[in-house]
Design a protein around this ligand. Structure first.
Ligand code: AMP
Ligand code: MG
Length: 422
């Protein structure tokens, strides 16, 4: 679908903006994403959470040398006997970072500590708990295996291997692996800039008194949090009145300042019309009704060079829509070619759920082991799209697919785990 214009989607035979399946919407969005290309060199520690712009290769084996996995004695296996103990002469020691440089002859052994380099000619390590020491003699019982307790050079990382491909997100383990190769700097994509604002005359910002019928703008805080966790640069553009001039100005400024613009509110029926007109002037934006609950309205498109996501205003809908569509899209834009989907597992649902077929539902759930250690899930209670406490109590979404109807208690359901989501 490369190089298509957004408006050409309308020619697809199954394109229905008023009833868009969740997967179809994800697929369409995916087809129009162009990742950032600018690259910067960062110290490995500063690269935490960033995306590699260049693969990382190893110029060495990790570990560099064969070494001992235990505190004990290193020897030649050929000196040992299968059925009787053998006494060897201890001729030196190999400590981690202080190798034994001598040679080990017939009938000899070397004291060795964990991480100590295997002396030349030695191929086997016997744990210190298994031996008997007397002066410079060590007695090794029968029944040892050739090569036991030895860690080989390159066991972790082989020389000349591509260790990480471009597009890899750098988590703590990756930082450690890069450091273990002695590499101090990496090339990563620049941070994605994401501007966001809320729309609605009913919204007040923290610090302002609430007028009758007003509520505090919470979406700017959930969206900030979700963006921050993903490792983008969030740009908070505030709360904008439902006023055409103010909204047009905000869209124009946001699209100049950022790679991505995210708004909440203003895309539901009734409001969409005037926002639609503004967006059609500034760019190319599609308005969809997704076959899902919560989170039906979603606008997606381009404003100038910026990608645009118009999320529903309801606080739960805004979060669900972010996790189902925006998160993965942002990862692609950050330079991750194939982001892993949210981890999904099966659990027994202990509460019955009422549901009409024809749309995907994302109920907020609490996943916990029961007394037998079996993972079970229950809904958080009130599933209204304005009940933000349902997101706070939840540690997962219970995902009920389009075709599914009512779900009895005891049924197995899919859950997407929310804990620790980047
Ligand atoms: P809308 O999508 O603009 O029609 O808004 C739907 C509902 O979400 C309304 O009840 C709004 O008051 C509420 N809402 C919209 N934006 C926000 C926000 N930023 N924070 C909290 N609630 C909001
Ligand atoms: Mg509104």
């Amino acid at each position: 679908m490369d190089n298509r214009s957004l408006s050409s989607l309308a020619t697809d035979s199954d394109y229905d903006p008023n009833s868009m399946p969740v997967d179809k919407a994800r697929e369409y969005i995916r087809a129009f994403l162009t990742p950032v290309s600018a690259v910067e060199r960062l110290h490995v520690r500063a690269a935490l959470g960033r995306v590699l712009a260049q693969s990382v290769s190893s110029t060495m084996n990790v570990p560099l040398n064969d070494n001992s996995a235990m505190d004990g004695y290193a020897m030649r296996f050929a000196d040992l006997k299968a059925d009787t103990a053998v006494t060897l002469e201890v001729v030196g020691a190999s400590f981690a970072g202080k190798p034994f440089w001598g040679t080990v002859g017939l009938g000899q052994a070397v004291r060795i500590m964990t991480g100590g380099v295997m002396p030349e000619n030695c191929d086997t390590v016997v744990m210190q708990e298994r031996v008997t020491v007397s002066g410079d003699r060590v007695t090794i019982p029968s029944g040892q295996q050739k090569g036991q307790n030895v860690r080989y050079a390159g066991d972790d990382i082989k020389r000349d291997a591509v260790v990480f491909e471009r597009g890899q997100i750098l988590r703590p383990a990756e930082l450690g692996m890069i450091a273990s190769l002695g590499i101090g700097e990496v090339s990563v994509y620049r941070k994605l800039r994401v501007a966001f604002f809320s729309t609605g005359d009913e919204l007040a910002s923290i610090g302002q008194p609430l007028g009758a019928g007003q509520l505090y703008d919470s979406n700017r805080y959930t969206i900030y949090g979700m963006l921050h966790r993903l490792g983008v640069d969030p740009i908070d553009m505030g709360t904008i009145r439902d006023d055409p001039t103010a909204i047009e100005t905000a869209f124009a400024e946001a699209s100049r300042a950022a790679d991505v613009v995210i708004t909440s509110g203003g895309v539901s029926v009734g409001e969409a019309d005037f926002v639609k007109q503004i967006l059609q002037r500034l760019g190319e934006v599609l308005f969809w009704k997704i076959a899902m609950k919560p989170g039906r309205p979603l606008a997606y498109g381009k404003i100038g060079g910026a990608h645009f996501f118009g999320l529903p205003g309801n606080p739960v809908s805004a979060m669900v829509t972010f996790y189902q569509f925006v998160r993965e899209a942002l990862l692609v834009l950050m330079g991750v070619p194939n982001p892993a989907p949210l981890p999904t597992l099966k659990a027994v649902c202990i509460t019955p759920i009422k549901k009409a077929p024809g749309r995907t539902e994302f109920q907020r759930g609490i996943l916990a082991p029961d007394s037998d250690g079996q993972w079970t899930v229950r809904v958080t209670g009130n599933q209204g799209s304005g009940i933000l406490s349902s997101m706070s109590q939840a540690n997962c979404f219970i995902v009920l697919p389009d075709a599914q109807g009512n779900t009895p208690a005891g049924a197995t359901v899919d859950v997407q785990v929310l804990e620790g989501l980047i």
